[in-house]
Ligand binder design. Structure first.
Ligand SMILES: O=C(O)CCC(=O)C(=O)O
Ligand SMILES: [Fe+2]
Length: 300
């Protein structure tokens, strides 16, 4: 699930500069998509790398990938627009980049805020297994996280788990409870491209693996009022996700892409002592969401 960029491709990408992207509403414009594709497919071994990436995300047993853009990040600098455009170009090979948040740029900063709810995005604590935008009727097909800086104190490995495999290990009775519209989480305000608010929702919608979402966030166990039996079933799912998890530390330039129809993600706690780290040195990720092309639920 870790994909290195062949060195001849790296060299060609460092020499080439993609133009700034344009948006059409909250989606990357068709002319940007076509322009990036034309530029990138002209570089050596780009197409085979993009095919490996798509296979890691959509192929049998797949569901996430870490594209190692480390050398490109070193050569270009992570705060150079050229680097971000290249990452956007790779993302575009998977699905269409978009921003669900009208007031945010295409790539959204996830920094570290010591005063925030520690279990939420940019908090310092354990970020439990979840899918992003869980309470929209159409969550992003892919969520992507580009690492600019890891936690300088050494904490915060990413965690991933195969949601369908976790569900398959549950009892029939628990699965029946998870299929009921008895769950809710969070607020839904001013969002684009992710459907309507879904409340209450079922965690399981009966679709085949790789088709529907396993609409789950373990954060609801602490933050939503749930009936006892439904909460117990959700807790069992959270435990199975942990039993099946993999974890790894993102390095500068690592680009994690998660197929939200297959895998759930989260992050271990950052190391203690974040308040002693200057804000400009703290862990920083950039987040981008992707929509599979219209009418194609699997983004193949
Ligand atoms: O900080 C991380 O590594 C994950 C953040 C995340 O999943 C989110 O903000 O939705
Ligand atoms: Fe997330």
């Amino acid at each position: 699930m870790f994909i290195d960029i062949p060195s001849e491709l790296e060299a060609a990408l460092i020499d080439r500069s993609l133009p700034p992207w344009e948006l059409d509403g909250s989606f990357l414009s068709q002319s940007t998509i076509e322009g990036y594709r034309t530029e990138l497919t002209a570089t050596p071994r780009f197409e085979e790398t993009a095919a490996m990436l798509r296979h890691a995300l959509n192929g049998e047993g797949g569901g996430y990938a870490v594209l190692r853009l480390r050398n490109l990040a070193k050569a270009l600098g992570t705060d150079d627009d050229r680097f971000l455009r290249l990452a956007t170009g790779f993302a575009t090979e998977v699905a269409v980049p978009f921003s669900p948040f009208p007031r945010w740029p295409l790539w959204k900063d996830i920094g570290v805020k010591v005063d925030k709810d520690p279990g939420k995005s940019s908090g310092i604590g354990y970020n439990a297994f979840h899918m992003d935008l869980v309470n929209g009727t159409l969550p992003p097909d892919f969520t992507t996280l580009l690492c600019v800086r890891p936690d300088p104190l050494g904490g915060g490995p990413s965690i991933l788990s195969d949601a369908h495999a976790a569900v398959a290990r549950l009892s029939e009775a628990s699965r029946a409870l998870l299929a009921e519209s008895a769950y809710h989480y969070g607020t839904f305000f001013d969002l684009f491209g992710v459907g309507e608010e879904y409340k209450p929702f079922p965690i399981l919608d009966g679709s085949d693996p790789g088709e529907g979402f396993i609409r789950f966030t373990a954060k609801m166990l602490e933050r939503s009022e749930l009936g006892q039996a439904h909460a117990d079933a959700a807790r069992e799912l959270a435990e199975e996700l942990i039993r099946g998890q993999v974890s790894f530390m993102l390095q500068p330039g690592d680009y994690l892409i998660v197929n939200q129809r297959r895998f759930l993600h989260g992050r271990e706690a950052l190391h203690s002592g974040q308040e002693t780290v200057p804000v400009s040195d703290r862990r920083l990720l950039l987040q981008l969401f992707l929509r599979a092309s219209a009418g194609d639920g699997s983004a193949a």
